[in-house]
Design a protein around this ligand. Structure first.
Ligand code: PLP
Length: 339
């Protein structure tokens, strides 16, 4: 009797111990809005019993960190941020191939993002690029609502516009890639040079300009328009518009880092993040991107893509390392060096 008990006790303990050893925590870089990232981390910790060590980074900063950690990865999973640098991570062999069983439940654009990367990333949300504007400031300054990219160059908007810096922000890189696809590269850079004269400040992250506009610190932002309804819901005098001459959309993505030390926990989060209930946490924290799981309830405040003139954004091309690096360097040299 005694002998049996002695043998059974460690055996019974084994599953609990090994589960704990495998899945107790993981390191996450989150490149979405802070409120959403925090909600994801807290809900996952509570519901799955896995600790999340989270760092918030813009998409450009995130890829820079993941590259720097290449020889000794500390990050296990990268959630959110624009799709181009996730494709770049895939191309550079920085992310791990993983074919989720949930893939067939995702919209085509999210599955295509996975296919294009050799299943090293996946689409988790999508949102269109446009302009945010402070209705009170526009009225006070007797300025019209900008309706096209060309409108942003009008002299009366001098110093009134905020954009992010494309070296650190995926939003701003999406703007450059969108303009290059709309106008051709040389014309796009002529445009960006002129726009530079109207920019009051470039921010580190793409989340900054629309918040500044909502709070009256700037008049117009170049931003993802799905960030607008959340600011409005908080009572700020903010509206958004997408340029009538056409615009790009991001495919916010998620990647498991190659060499992740906490792989099982990272995979657990990855699968959880693709479920409708986890995806609904975006709208719960006033983030109105279009979720990638077709079964996720779509909040009525999510921008209606059918009403937006979208370009056929070439994600494969603009997600290439060489292309992204070249365009950002050209922007630094030709545009950001100007007074
Ligand atoms: N915030 C929101 C709401 C986004 O949709 C995205 C892009 O996926 C980001 C932030 C990324 O920010 P950044 O432009 O700093 O890379």
């Amino acid at each position: 009797m005694k002998k049996t008990l002695w043998l059974a006790a460690p055996f019974l303990l084994l599953p609990a111990l090994s589960a704990q050893a495998q899945s107790s925590e993981f390191n996450l870089i989150c490149s979405a809005q802070a409120a959403w990232c925090n909600m994801l981390a807290v809900t996952f910790e509570k519901s799955q019993g896995v600790k999340v060590n989270m760092t918030l980074k813009g998409s450009g900063e995130a890829i820079a960190q993941i590259m720097a950690e290449r020889a000794n990865p500390k990050t296990d999973l990268w959630f959110g941020g624009t799709g181009d640098p996730h494709l770049q991570a895939a191309e550079q062999g920085l992310s791990m191939e993983y074919k989720s069983p949930t893939l067939p439940k995702l919209h085509d654009w999210a599955q295509k993002q996975a296919q294009q990367s050799g299943y090293k990333t996946v689409g988790i949300y999508s949102g269109p690029l446009g302009f945010g504007y402070n209705t009170e400031l526009l009225a006070k300054k007797k300025l019209a609502v900008p309706k096209t990219w060309a409108d942003l160059l009008k002299p009366e908007y001098k110093g009134e516009i905020q954009s992010a810096n494309p070296a650190s922000s995926g939003t701003a890189y999406t703007m450059i890639a969108t303009l290059v696809q709309l106008m051709g590269e040389d014309q796009a850079f002529e445009y960006l040079k002129k726009l530079h004269g109207n920019i009051g400040a470039y921010t580190r992250s793409g989340t900054g300009p629309i918040k500044a506009v909502a709070r009256g610190e700037a008049t117009i932002s170049i931003s993802f328009v799905h960030d607008g309804p959340g600011e409005k819901a908080q009572g700020f005098p903010l509206e958004t518009i997408t340029p009538s001459d056409g615009t790009g959309a991001e495919i916010g993505s998620m990647s498991i880092i190659k060499g992740a030390r906490n792989l099982d926990a990272a995979k657990k989060f990855y699968e959880w993040a693709l479920t409708p209930s986890a995806q609904a946490l975006g709208a719960a924290t006033l983030q109105f991107q279009l979720p990638s799981n077709k079964e996720t309830k779509v909040d009525p405040r999510v921008p209606d893509f059918r009403k937006i003139k979208l370009i056929n954004y070439d994600y494969a091309k603009y997600g290439q390392t060489a292309e992204r690096r070249r365009l950002i360097q050209r922007w630094e040299k030709d545009v950001n060096s100007l007074p």
